[in-house]
Design a protein around this ligand. Sequence first.
Ligand SMILES: Cc1cc2nc3c(=O)[nH]c(=O)nc-3n(C[C@H](O)[C@H](O)[C@H](O)COP(=O)(O)O)c2cc1C
Length: 180
Amino acid sequence: MNATWHQLWTALEAAVSDASHPLRVGALATCDADGPSVRSVVLRAVDRSAPRLIAYTDRRSAKVGSIGMRPRVEWMFYDASAGMQLRLAGSASVDTDGAGVESAWAGLHDGQRREYALAVNPGARIDPGSAIATVEDARSHFALLRVDVCSVDYLELGRIVHHRVRFEQHRDWVPETLAP
Ligand SMILES: Cc1cc2nc3c(=O)[nH]c(=O)nc-3n(C[C@H](O)[C@H](O)[C@H](O)COP(=O)(O)O)c2cc1C
């Protein structure tokens, strides 16, 4: 396989197991009838053979509604020290049940689980005295956000030359060198 392809997936895999890795948090963009939205999300799992990226989220969040309307997303990562930008586009889907969700939930500690326990939807106004749901409710809010990747745009900014390569599924991931 191409060296750039290997390098970028190795870096993403490293970010999954290293909370301080520069690629750990990326910007996930969605688009619905109201226009684009972009937000930070943590990269939780990577499968380069699929290829696929996974985040955790609250099923009640606005992004889940947007994905239901238009599954096409782009997830952008930037490593300033390496001068590397990765833009992975693909089709997003949200899982709330099944072995993968149960296994991810089992791996969260109580503090992380409490992030899904708010009784009100993410983005809704919190009034004084708003109820906090139980951890059982939190589990029902927890979801895996999967992005099945169909294209990767790799950009490396060098001091003298920049290097940009695009990989697309419909071209069997054969690399194309592009003008940066
Ligand atoms: C550093 C950082 C990491 C975040 N990680 C996640 C995440 O993994 N999943 C998630 O749903 N929201 C995460 N958030 C919150 C989102 O950026 C966003 O505010 C929230 O999900 C609501 O987005 P939405 O209304 O567009 O759905 C993170 C925010 C920050 C600042």
